[in-house]
Design a protein around this ligand. Structure first.
Ligand SMILES: NC(=O)c1ccc[n+]([C@@H]2O[C@H](COP(=O)([O-])OP(=O)(O)OC[C@H]3O[C@@H](n4cnc5c(N)ncnc54)[C@H](O)[C@@H]3O)[C@@H](O)[C@H]2O)c1
Length: 318
């Protein structure tokens, strides 16, 4: 299996410059391609500013900024540089026709063992792979802004993506300190589907005049938003109890008559089987005897660490 030593990033915008920063920080040689020199100069300036701020925050671990920047080349000729790399990450505008055209171009220029990854936020990876002669090397890697910091990368194989492409991509993401997780190619993948459902409710609440934008943001950041860095939504259901969740869903559905509050069938099934979560030792996860105490201590340790950080941030605002 060929390890990834060099990367080509296509598109020097909001995401593209962040990709170059994280690759170069991890000792990887990167080429960044965009349409003109002005856009490339702008990206270089952003990367330099970010690195200078990292140094100020003592996040650079002694790496000289010059050495990191020297690992990045800024170029216009996509075809030439597509020939000389191991991994290509496409980050052009969210326009399906444009992405298809870029993938056809990359497919023609890059040798078949080069992985072609797209950072699309929404398009079906099958549709992108289909325009190439080698769909087995096409994969979705969906990063989150700012990509040089946020850990998650959703790994989205199409039906034609080879296991080798998936494995090499995951190993590469691990190597640069990301947290890759495989999910199916479906609209919104996983994170955006959840994030947009939450945003829709936040917007409705403001629209209905129930709370101001500031009040909504403050409530989210200090309630479930505070917990979400430590526990995902399904872990939280297990801790709260599936029965409690269903009771709240039923009440909201009766009162608001909105489809999104209809208790999901998966919750009913768990309850029918007696799997309420931590309190019955099985829910979405299984819990051994005594797990309740272990989880409580683990939870408290994580939450107190977050609370300290939260209080420091509040203090620094004053
Ligand atoms: N911005 C985000 O928060 C975010 C988060 C996750 C995923 N994404 C996805 O990442 C991709 C890029 O988003 P962005 O926010 O960085 O966009 P952006 O508009 O900031 O940057 C896009 C860049 O692509 C360049 N480009 C366009 N056509 C090109 C071509 N033919 N050759 C070379 N470069 C070309 C543009 O000049 C521009 O610099 C999109 O698919 C988007 O959906 C964005």
């Amino acid at each position: 299996m060929k390890p990834i030593e060099t990367v080509l990033v296509v598109g020097a915008g909001t995401m593209g410059h962040g990709f170059c920063q994280i690759f170069a920080l991890n000792g990887i040689d990167v080429t960044l391609v965009d349409k003109n020199k002005e856009l490339l100069d702008q990206a270089r300036g952003w990367i330099q500013d970010n690195l200078e701020y990292m140094a100020e925050l003592k996040e650079l671990e002694g790496q000289p900024i010059r050495n990191i920047l020297d690992r990045i080349q800024f170029k216009i000729d996509l075809n030439q540089y597509a020939k000389q790399t191991d991994f290509i990450l496409e980050a052009v505008n969210e326009d399906l026709e444009l992405k298809k055209q870029i993938f056809q171009q990359l497919d023609a220029a890059a040798p078949p063992n080069v992985i072609l990854a797209s950072n699309t936020s929404s398009f079906d990876i099958n549709e992108i792979g289909e325009v190439t002669g080698h769909p087995e090397r096409v994969i979705g890697t969906h990063w989150f802004h700012p990509p040089q910091i946020t850990p998650c990368v959703e790994i989205i194989p199409s039906e034609a993506t080879s296991p080798d492409t998936v494995e090499r991509t995951i190993l590469f993401m691990d190597r640069i300190g990301k947290v890759p997780t495989i999910c199916k190619s479906a609209p919104g993948f996983v994170a955006n589907r959840i994030q947009l459902a939450m945003a829709a409710e936040a917007l409705s609440i403001v629209e209905e005049g129930l709370a101001s934008p500031e009040e909504v943001d403050r409530i989210v950041k200090t309630s479930f938003g505070f917990r979400l860095g430590a526990y995902g939504p399904l872990e939280i259901i297990d801790q709260a109890g599936a029965d409690t969740y269903r009771a709240v869903y039923n009440y909201l559905y009766n009162k608001l008559q909105r489809e999104q509050f209809k208790s999901p069938r998966i919750l009913d099934k768990l309850i029918e089987q007696g799997h309420y979560g931590l309190k019955t030792q099985k829910g979405f996860y299984e819990y051994k005897d005594g797990a309740s105490d272990v989880i409580k201590r683990d939870r408290d340790r994580k939450f107190y660490a977050r609370l300290r950080l939260f209080k420091e941030e509040e203090k620094s605002k004053k």
